[in-house]
Design a binder for this molecule. Structure first.
Ligand code: GLU
Length: 526
């Protein structure tokens, strides 16, 4: 096993030195990764990181890897790995290598790569750059307290055991047997400077560099060590991650130096802020499980479009992008430093824009699916055929931003009149200040006659309007169209009567006008 890994190391280790030599990149050189820890649900922040890494790889014809960082066994939450994959799949973010698809470098799950970290730990030991930590946790705690009392930052390297400075091959250096933590020995602590694509030139004083743990007592590597080895072996060229990793970067740089490797390009993504821009988005502000948005009926294309713009500025006025347009326009040079705002209103607007592009038969299928699931629809015994769903699709589309709004329309009784006879009382048929029911009757009867004269084959919104409109203009639009619309819907608010008549068909339209006339006959004239 170890010799196989060693073989790979020589091959892959060369990956960072020149484009085209990276076996994981599809020949082009760019390899990005999303490296979540399986500690719970995926939310907006994680998904945005994955999306940027994915888009960059796609744009460059490179490779995107999904790597699971599960070396902190205590923080793991069961089901997270499946949840991460499901979330990314929903959004159409595809990985070339992932937990389900090992690469030439082996598994993409860190807990299955422990041998690899040991190989590198040994390399560092052989170079005199790693040593077993001889202290108990009590001793460490007392060092820490001492530093605190003296008001100086605690640095482990100030307590580094003397043997750690002996030559690597000295017999007096204790061997690491795995029962203690293995620490990295920083050789040349100094002020560190580096470049971040988004943040520019950064630096930190030598107190940011310390002898950190490479492998814990439990045999698992730390994030600080494992990610560097994996990025190396996987040929990662660009690391996209949040700003919380900036403070540890000097440590990472010291390790890259110790290993003699060139660090990948670092890209710090901006934080995601609440709508009022005062704070980072937290769980209470809507940072919910990303699949919650799927359940609410958001379109993955809209979510991808929206998230892409939280922290990246395309430099134009364009806001609505297809996936292809996004990948074409996306550029790391335009990822902003300052926080990107998460505004759910904007997301809903974006979703509506994408809904407009969805083929009508898909909208109809979604309407049918949601109505078929409703207990109320079952109780009322509505006959929801694909044809009726297709007929109401355009009016439904006009009134929704997200598919779950269909459920709200249903709850508000805004779909009832397409499927069952409206219930209302005759007084509602009268337009505003109209006091004379006879007038309402007169208008309804005239419209009925006009509509009866319209051939079945002409029963379309435009022609219905064409024949009724002159009469309405003459007698008063409100006076004529209100009772007609009420007769068809039984609601104060509904689509206009021409649209309704078209959807309902001639027979139902005439029948409902007759019903209205009957109600008027029973109603008192005030
Ligand atoms: N496992 C780290 C996290 O979930 C990933 C950081 C990185 O991308 O390097 O925050």
């Amino acid at each position: 096993m170890i010799s196989r890994i060693k073989g790979l190391l020589t091959k892959i280790g060369a990956g960072r030195t020149g484009a085209g030599s990276n076996p994981n990149s599809g020949g082009n050189g760019v390899v990005t990764r999303f490296a979540p820890s399986p500690t719970g649900m995926m939310h907006i922040g994680g998904v945005r990181t994955a999306l940027y890494a994915y888009m960059w790889a796609l744009k460059k014809g490179g490779t995107f890897i999904l790597r699971i960082e599960d070396t902190d066994t205590e923080r793991q939450v069961e089901g997270s790995i499946e949840h991460i994959q499901k979330s990314l799949k929903w959004l159409g973010i595809d990985w070339k290598y992932g937990p389900d698809k090992p690469g030439p470098f082996g598994s993409c799950i860190q807990s299955e790569r422990l041998d690899t970290y040991k190989v590198y730990a040994q390399k560092l030991i052989d170079k005199g750059l790693a040593y077993p930590d001889p202290y108990t946790s009590e001793e460490l705690e007392s060092f820490r307290k001492m530093a605190e009392a003296e008001k100086r930052p605690f640095l482990y390297r100030k307590h580094r055991p003397a043997f750690a400075d002996l030559p690597a091959n000295s017999p007096e250096r204790p061997k690491w047997d795995g029962s203690q933590a293995l620490r990295f020995k920083v050789e040349n602590p100094r002020r560190m400077k580096w470049h971040d694509v988004v943040r520019g030139d950064l630096e930190a004083g030598e107190e940011a560099v310390d002898d950190f743990i490479l492998i814990k007592k439990d045999g698992y590597p730390t994030y600080n060590f494992a990610h560097i080895i994996d990025d190396l072996m996987m040929g990662v060229t660009h690391i996209m991650r949040g700003e919380e990793f900036i403070s540890s970067t000097p440590k990472f740089l010291a390790l890259y130096e110790g290993l003699g490797i060139t660090p990948p390009t670092l890209v710090t993504l901006p934080p995601i802020l609440r709508n009022d821009k005062t704070k980072k988005l937290g769980k209470r502000d809507g940072a919910k499980d990303i699949l919650e948005y799927e359940r609410e009926g958001f379109l993955p294309d809209a979510m991808v479009n929206f998230l892409a713009l939280v922290g990246w500025n395309p430099g134009t006025e364009q806001e609505v992008f297809s996936r292809t347009q996004l990948v074409e326009a996306f550029d790391l040079a335009q990822v902003q430093k300052s926080g990107g705002v998460f505004n759910e209103e904007k997301l809903r607007w974006m979703n509506k824009e994408h809904l407009k592009k969805v083929p009508k038969d898909e909208i109809a299928a979604e309407i049918k699916k949601r109505l078929d699931k409703s207990e109320r629809v079952k109780d009322l015994g509505w006959n929801v055929t694909p044809e009726t769903a297709a007929r109401i699709a355009p009016v439904v589309l006009e009134r929704i931003e997200v598919y779950s709004d269909i459920d709200a329309m249903l709850a508000d009784r805004d779909l009832d009149y397409y499927f069952s006879e409206p219930a209302y009382d005759a007084l509602s048929l009268r337009w505003k200040d109209e006091r004379d029911t006879a007038k309402t009757v007169e208008h309804l009867s005239s419209v009925k006659n006009i509509l009866n004269g319209l051939a079945d084959s002409d029963w379309k919104e435009a022609s219905i309007k064409e024949v009724v409109w002159p009469y309405a203009e003459k007698e008063g639009r409100g006076q004529v169209l209100w009772p007609l619309r009420y007769a068809l819907s039984g609601k104060d608010k509904s689509p206009n009567p021409f649209t309704l008549a078209d959807i309902l068909g001639k027979e139902t339209t005439i029948r409902r006008i007759d019903e209205a006339l009957k109600k008027c006959a029973d109603a008192p004239i005030i």
